[in-house]
Design a protein around this ligand. Sequence first.
Ligand SMILES: [Zn+2]
Length: 383
Amino acid sequence: MPLIPLRPLLETVDKYHFAQGAFNVNAVAQAKAAIEVHEMFRSAAILQGADLANGFMGGRTDFQNATLEDKKVGAKNIAAAVKKYAENSPIPVVLHLDHGKNFDSCVAAIEGGYTSVMIDGSSLPFEENVELTREVVKYAHERGVSVEGELGVLAGVEDHVFSATSTYTNPLKAVEFFRKTGCDALAISYGTMHGASKGKGVKLRKEIAIAIKECMMHENLFGVLVSHGSSTVPGYIVEEINALGGNIQNAHGISIEELKAAIPCGIGKINVDTDIRLAVTRNMKEYFAQHPEKRNSPSIGGVYQLLEEKREQFDPRAFLPPIMDTVMYGMVPDKDRAELVEVIEKGVKEAIGTLIVEFGSYGKAPLVEQVSLEEMAERYKRM
Ligand SMILES: [Zn+2]
């Protein structure tokens, strides 16, 4: 199927009261694996590329310094891969830009083939955030592309997202934000946090979501709330990484129980990145532990070197620069590479499969309307 915008999926989530996990992918193999595991569970899929991940996919291994040009190239690479796998898939697939930094980043993603974008104006004063988001909504909706905004500040680090403190979202402002911008989804701050160190026993302020959704009903407004920074950071994977020579300290996620309790309160999209990173990192470490002869492989030995050098790291992008042709274009030049790609794919499937089941999106694919961007643009016009 061709990619669909986020909106029809949000409408399904809202109607049937489940949550859709949204998963970050930074390599062609990850996109393939993510789609396959959603197929396996008959779930629709939201694949996300972060603004800077697009830089990485554009060939910038120092992705923190990615330029707009790098991001344009990367957006095309990831979109080409996702489109290819989605085309032959029976499930609806959305390609969503995570944390679009500014208007240009959103345009680059849409031109590249993304069907949904997030504009993160959360660091701006309210009125400026509204203004920026409204501008993106106008551009995106004319093209049938959905938009997620953000209001309130999350603590933690996610690519370019830096904030030392957490300011919870004001529910009244959230309703005003939906009304003024016309965005389809809104990331709120209610106790989640980016990164792998969220602190022990985090409790989410679910009342914030409830308050927003209640007020929206009274105003007859549509909008789905998004939970960012929601990795569960499975303890067993962290332990395995450390047993394989890794050094990951202070890793705590949001518990599955807390996340599941937030779903009936109005959280309909849950962003997860760290869990995938951890599973992929563990699998690569395990692979080289079990196949010592591959450590000197001309094709993948460089990945092993980086895994050994960066023991505190668990972002696969830190280890993958020696195989950028595989990352960017899915090239698999030899058997060693094929084996490494397979363990990467398995890591993606383990992390995502777990959450498809926990968030309740399994079996829901047939409930999602297959809407083209052209048709969606028409619908947005009438809204
Ligand atoms: Zn985020």
